[in-house]
Design a protein around this ligand. Structure first.
Ligand SMILES: NC(=O)c1ccc[n+]([C@@H]2O[C@H](COP(=O)([O-])OP(=O)(O)OC[C@H]3O[C@@H](n4cnc5c(N)ncnc54)[C@H](O)[C@@H]3O)[C@@H](O)[C@H]2O)c1
Length: 290
């Protein structure tokens, strides 16, 4: 039977930073056994040892989610060590920002490899085991960019729509096996991804949410608060988990009138580009000492 969350066995990708790190800390605080998998092994090990120092149970593993075999091995290790897997959080992700014409084909392949195939590989490794054990919950981190248009983040939005589509289909299939699937659709959460798409991200031009400065990020949701509220909704087996709450309003505007949402986003996109231009000029004049 699925455990919430006491003694639950949880594998979290992207567990070294931001949302994945906060999920790890919150889950361990609720009594779960946590494995933090990340492309940055030292950071993941640091988070695991900090969790351990506060009485939680956590370990770390190096994993690049673009490597299907390595993902399979990480899930196999969880099964070998714990005999079960309650939760897989397919959370690792990067941002690529800029106008469509600024994206290279390599940008597209890269972000699809991480944000889409990374999630597919995780499901492919964990889902058959969950079917076999008759329980489990796959939670994929999508985004509000998977719910509505994202001018300036076309590649990112494309990957997040894919994650939402995958999760919704899987959820229906999985229910017949006693397995659950949900998607996080965060709005803007204060993590490193807001700085040029994260450590492994790319920014090609005016990139809105991926180039917020310190003043803007103060307005973003605190990541620990996100983890706390999101996990409460996972426990309720919600399909699409949108946080902060304000973003549910935008989601409904989009559903009720794509035209109204399109006009709102056109306005915001123009404003974002003007803001980017202003920032670039400020940096230029600071650089020239004027
Ligand atoms: N922060 C936000 O505002 C926001 C909003 C919506 C969705 N998201 C999504 O949340 C997820 C987590 O992002 P975050 O905001 O915590 O950013 P973050 O940059 O703080 O964390 C991302 C983590 O993923 C890891 N990672 C990147 N590429 C990887 C790979 N190939 N294999 C394994 N690990 C890899 C990074 O090392 C990092 O630890 C992402 O999927 C992101 O798209 C974030």
């Amino acid at each position: 039977m699925l455990r919430t969350y006491k003694d639950a066995v949880c594998l979290i990708t992207g567990g070294a930073s931001g949302i994945g790190e906060a999920l790890g800390r919150e889950l361990a605080g609720r009594g779960a056994r946590v494995m933090l998998a990340d492309r940055s092994p030292d950071e993941a090990a640091r988070v695991a040892s900090e969790i351990g120092a506060t009485g939680g149970t956590a370990e770390s593993v190096q994993l690049d989610v673009r490597d299907a075999e390595a993902f399979e091995a990480a899930v196999a290790r969880v099964m070998r060590d714990h005999g079960r897997i309650d939760y897989l959080f397919n959370n690792a992700g990067i941002g690529v920002g800029g106008a469509f014409e600024e994206h290279t084909l390599d940008d597209w392949r890269y972000i699809i490899d991480v944000n889409v195939l990374g999630v597919v590989y995780g499901c492919h490794a964990a889902y058959p085991r969950m079917i076999e054990q008759g329980f489990g919950h796959i939670v994929n981190t999508a985004s509000m960019a998977g719910q509505c248009a994202t001018p300036g983040l076309a590649a990112y939005g494309t990957t997040k729509h894919a994650v939402v589509g995958l999760t919704r289909s899987l959820r229906i299939e999985a229910a017949q096996h006693g397995v659950r699937a949900s998607a996080f659709c965060p709005g803007v959460i204060n993590t490193r991804i807001l700085d040029k798409g994260g450590e492994f991200g790319r920014v090609r031009g005016p990139a809105g949410v991926f180039e917020l400065d310190a003043t803007d990020t103060k307005r973003a949701m605190d990541v620990s608060e996100f983890a706390r509220k999101a996990l409460d909704q996972v426990a309720q087996n919600r399909e699409i988990i949108v946080l902060p709450f304000m973003w549910t309003i935008l989601r409904w505007i989009d559903r009720l009138s794509e035209g109204a949402m399109g006009r709102l986003q056109t306005y915001l996109y123009k404003r974002m580009n003007a803001e980017s231009e202003r920032r670039a000029q400020k940096h230029e004049s600071a650089g020239t000492g004027s």
